[in-house]
Ligand binder design. Structure first.
Ligand code: UD1
Length: 358
């Protein structure tokens, strides 16, 4: 059977594009199953178009729901799909609910699983993503690692080294492959943005799900907007609470709809600083050399702090942190994590084409 890629949510699409391209170049038989976890055109379709992803062979249309309902629907749909397609291997990406659902279903059929972005750990089990990451790695025949410390995390959890391959970061492949297309001036024109701005994204449950927390966050974001214009494309998850807290009712705040990949990275590239709770953006700012303040108590991507432009901040540290970056610039911008070089996709394809090996 084919190699089946399971994609569900926005960050999956960015990571899968170079892997699918490299496997295509290697002549692999492959299929794409879109779970439909993300379904708005702005969260999904635009990424397929811009990144040259193949049209999914099927979209399971699972949509939103509580963790149990969503994961259950994902599993039921994926089991049917895997049973009828008999994949030789299932490839899953990152840490979203589609990732763990696919790994769990495949492992029991049983079909071998390859996990792209294995071994990242925040050690914070209150994050749904941390649960998804740990369990997915346990179920994976191939753990494809983006950052060296992940190798140690997997070893500590008893995963045999023979399953673990340090291949680099495919999200950075996508970034580097599209560098010529990011046009910050066009984004400024289209959205009426000033020359100097801070770009923010906020969607973590811990930051936006509780109305009081969201409201406190909005006060601090307004504080940032008092230092420089604040541009914030709003993820559907936090939209209602952030707007109810008056996010857009403050001078210098530019609330945007979710942007496509090309416009989004163009906006990031032109920003004086980024304020975020995203995982991938900590990595992208590291390579673009844009100072990043991550509004979280921990990160599963510590290499973006040691080798990049990232820093963790509390709500209270946010405004002083942004002020400091605006006044004196961020950390050194020429540091790069190892193997974030644009060639992770081909390395992943090589490991996969050799599987199961001798
Ligand atoms: C998911 C991932 C998260 C990732 C994020 C990237 C999990 C557990 N979380 O979070 O790790 O950082 O994607 O975007 O998988 N919604 C829409 N339109 C859509 C999709 C979602 O309106 O196309 C709204 C719905 O109200 C939904 C909510 O967003 O209930 C949350 O969507 P969901 O897929 O549960 O998780 P995300 O918060 O997007």
């Amino acid at each position: 059977g084919p190699i089946v890629h399971v994609l569900g949510a926005r960050p999956n699409f960015v990571k899968a594009a170079p892997v699918i391209a490299a496997l295509r170049a290697a002549g692999a038989d492959q299929a794409v199953v879109h779970t439909g976890q993300h379904y708005d055109a702005r969260m999904s379709e635009i990424f397929f178009d811009e990144l040259g992803l193949p049209e999914p062979d099927v979209n399971l249309g699972v949509g939103s729901g509580g963790h149990a309902a969503q994961t259950a629907a994902l599993m039921i749909g994926l089991e049917k799909e895997f049973t009828s397609r008999s994949p030789a291997l299932v490839i899953v990406y990152g840490d979203v609910n589609s990732t763990i659902a696919a790994a769990l279903v495949a492992a029991k059929l049983p079909i071998p699983v390859a996990h792209v972005e294995a071994g990242l750990r925040s050690f914070d089990l209150s994050m749904p993503e941390e649960v998804n990451r740990r369990l997915t790695d346990q179920l994976s025949a191939l753990c494809l690692v983006t950052s060296p410390e992940a190798v140690g995390h997997l070893a500590n959890e008893g995963i045999p080294v023979s399953r673990v391959h340090f291949v680099g970061n495919p999200m950075i492949d996508t970034l580097l492959a599209n560098l010529d297309t990011f046009d910050t001036d066009a984004v400024r024109r289209d959205h009426d943005l000033p020359e100097r701005y801070v770009l923010a994204t906020m969607h973590r449950p811990a930051n936006v799900d509780d109305p009081e927390t969201a409201s406190a966050l909005v006060r601090h974001l307004h504080g940032v907007a008092d230092l420089a214009d604040l541009v914030i494309p709003v993820h559907p998850r936090g939209r209602a609470n952030l707007l109810a807290a008056g996010l857009d009712g403050h001078d210098g705040v530019h609330v945007l709809e979710p942007l496509g990949y090309i416009d989004f990275i163009a906006a990031v590239r032109g920003a004086a600083a980024v304020v975020t709770d995203s995982g991938g953006l900590q990595e992208e700012t590291t390579i673009l050399g844009v100072p990043c303040l991550t509004v979280r108590p921990n990160t599963e991507r510590p290499i973006t702090i040691t080798h990049g432009t990232n820093r963790l901040v509390t709500f209270e540290e946010l405004v002083p942190g942004v002020r400091k970056v605006l006044e004196s610039g961020g950390p050194a911008t020429d540091r790069r994590p190892p193997l974030w070089d644009g060639a992770a996709g081909p390395r992943i394809a090589e490991v996969i084409m050799e599987f199961p090996g001798e």
